[in-house]
Design a protein around this ligand. Sequence first.
Ligand code: GDP
Ligand code: MG
Length: 164
Amino acid sequence: GKPVVVIVGRPNVGKSTLFNRLVGKGVAIVEEEPGVTRDRLYREVEWCGREFVLVDTGGVVESPESPLEVAIRRQVEQALEEADLVLFVVDYKTGVTAEDQAIASMLRRTGKPTLLVVNKVDKFDPPPVLSDFYALGLSTEPIPVSAAQGLNVGDLLDAVIDRL
Ligand code: GDP
Ligand code: MG
C-alpha cells in the first residue's frame, strides 16, 4: 500500500492544524476512510506525484492519568507501529519541554525514520533560532514551519517525499 506518515507530538503543538495544512496543500484530497476512530484521522496526500497516507493523532501525554489519556496513548502507539515516517511536531513558542523529551526518547526506541517539525514559526525574518531543538537527539535537521500561516509547508512536504 501507500506509505504511511504519522504526525505525533504533545497536545497543542499544532498537529491538527498541520494535518489540515498538508492535506490542503497536496493536490489529491480523498474522502476520509469510513469507520476510523475519532482521534485518528487518515487522509491521502499527493505531492510531486508521490502519494502517501497522512495520519493525525490525538497527542502523546507523557503520564496518562485518565482512561481517555491511556486510550489516546495506545492509539498513538498503534499509529507509530504502522508508520513509514514520523512527523514529530514541537512548538517554537514554548521551546523544548519535558514531554517533548519523553516523546523523543520513545521515538528513538521505535527506530522509525523521523522528521522534527518546529511549528509556530510565524515569521522567518529574522531566521528562527533552532539550536535548542537539537537537544532532542533525533539526528535530523529541525524543519521550521507555521502551520497556521502555511509558511515553509512546501519545503516540509519536499522533505517528506525525500524520506519515503
Ligand atoms: P494539536 O493539539 O497538536 O492538534 O494542536 P492544534 O492544531 O489543535 O493547535 C493548537 C493551538 O495552536 C491552536 O490554538 C492553533 O490555532 C495554534 N496553532 C497551530 N499552528 C500554529 C502556528 O503555526 N502558529 C501559531 N501562532 N499558532 C498555531
Ligand atoms: Mg489535534
